[in-house]
Design a protein around this ligand. Structure first.
Ligand code: ADP
Ligand code: MG
Length: 389
């Protein structure tokens, strides 16, 4: 945190009024379910993005990032779709969205510094938006951190920033996780109703023996989840729902899945729909298993989710598959890709005393294939956005 303050002093020549931070996230299960009105189950990472901020008398935004070593200046009236271009859109977009929502928001000097790996599918973008959103809420007296209902409104503004200024297609999971997660809990988010529930996420409980940990592996692969692939999956899911005469695949009863699939017009649609319906059901099962401290069942659900994403939804890639296989070979209870796919990160439920073995196994599997060395780290469930100082 002192680095962000020191940098702020250096760049802007004054102490910041305060420092705010927000976490990255990893989704435990429930992938490609958000745009199907489904369920997702993220935890907040211990890794956070910090924003040192000072209010200004005018409506100018000046923002520096330690990660890009770059200063960007944007007057409020220059913010809109695609403007500013590049990373500053995530910051300018939040102030824009808050103004659009009717809040009186002035200019800011902002310095950001992040522990969240950027572009690894761990949501550095929402961490950045929500750290800045938390700062704006406090500095301009908006009260948007007061309770979960207010935080949900701040999350909505951050989603608008990402969709309408940074022009990135995302649902609301990342921002909800960054603003609503609680330490040692996963967040069950119903993407249809917006309802949330906090589910205990404790891998060291008595029924788990020596205990387990969640190992995240950033594969460092990025096979452009180009909007073509994402749009194709969305369109297929919508078409399947329409052929079945339901508003979304959320409305297909998992118990009657075979009947529903038989009514679809082709095999690709059948596989896409089967992923979405079974994945939403797996989120429910994972919540029950976590509540029952049944970690072997959580592991089985991770494995089933990965197979479904790889074979039915076809959004995995060689690096994700290899990281998952290597974790299992090294003793993981289960493992899966997480995030949109085509690169990014995987997660594995690993015995606490087998972490080094798993990390080594994954590293060696990548080295054998001459791939960039992956980064694996143990994570616990952290807390949401707040003021640090
Ligand atoms: P993810 O959210 O999974 O990390 P995204 O592609 O959604 O991946 O967001 C990454 C983008 O967010 C970066 O390319 C950059 O534009 C912006 N970003 C995130 N964190 C920072 C940061 N600390 N400094 C500058 N830009 C950042
Ligand atoms: Mg993102």
């Amino acid at each position: 945190m002192s680095r962000v303050v020191d940098t702020h002093r250096h760049v802007f020549g004054a102490d910041p009024a305060g420092v705010w931070s927000a976490p990255g996230r990893v989704n435990l299960i429930g992938e490609h379910t958000d745009y199907n009105d489904g369920l997702v189950l993220p935890i907040a990472l211990p890794h956070r993005t910090s924003a040192a901020c000072s209010p200004r008398d005018d409506d100018l935004l000046r923002v520096w990032s330690v990660q890009t070593d770059e200063l960007v200046e944007v007057p409020a009236d220059a913010v809109g779709p695609g403007s500013p271009a590049g990373w500053a859109a995530y910051v300018a977009g939040v102030l824009w969205a808050l103004r659009e929502a009717g809040h009186a928001v002035g200019g800011l000097d902002v310095t950001v510094d992040s522990e969240v790996p950027v572009g690894a599918g761990l949501s550095s973008s929402a961490a950045l938006e929500c750290a800045v959103g938390a700062a704006a809420s406090d500095l301009f007296g908006l009260g948007l951190l007061a309770d979960d209902e207010a935080r949900a409104r701040l999350a909505a503004a951050c989603v608008r920033a990402e969709n309408e200024v940074a022009m990135a297609m995302t649902g609301g999971m990342d921002q909800s996780a960054a603003l609503l997660c609680r330490p040692d809990h996963a967040l069950l988010l119903d993407c249809r109703s917006g309802d949330t529930e906090h589910v205990p996420f404790d891998l060291s409980g008595p029924a788990s023996g020596a205990g387990y940990v969640l190992l995240v592996t950033d594969t460092r692969a990025a096979h452009a989840l180009n909007d073509g692939q994402y749009a194709e999956r969305r369109a297929a899911a919508e078409q399947a729902a329409s052929e079945l005469g339901v508003p979304s695949l959320r409305d297909v009863d998992p118990a009657a899945l075979d009947d529903a699939l038989a009514r679809l017009s082709d095999d690709v649609l059948r596989r896409r729909a089967r992923h979405v319906v079974t994945e939403i059901d797996r989120v429910r099962s994972a919540v029950a298993a976590l509540r029952a401290d049944d970690l072997p069942e959580v592991g089985r659900l991770f494995d089933a989710s990965h197979a479904s994403l790889r074979d039915d939804y076809e959004v995995s890639c060689a690096e994700l598959d290899v990281s998952v296989e290597a974790a299992r070979t090294a003793g993981a209870l289960g493992a899966r890709m997480t995030g949109g796919g085509f690169g990014g990160s995987s997660i594995a439920l690993v015995p606490a005393d087998g972490v080094e073995e798993a990390r080594r196994g994954i590293r060696e599997a990548f080295a054998q294939r001459s791939w960039t060395e992956p980064r694996s780290f143990v994570v616990t469930a952290g807390g949401s956005a707040h003021r640090d100082s």
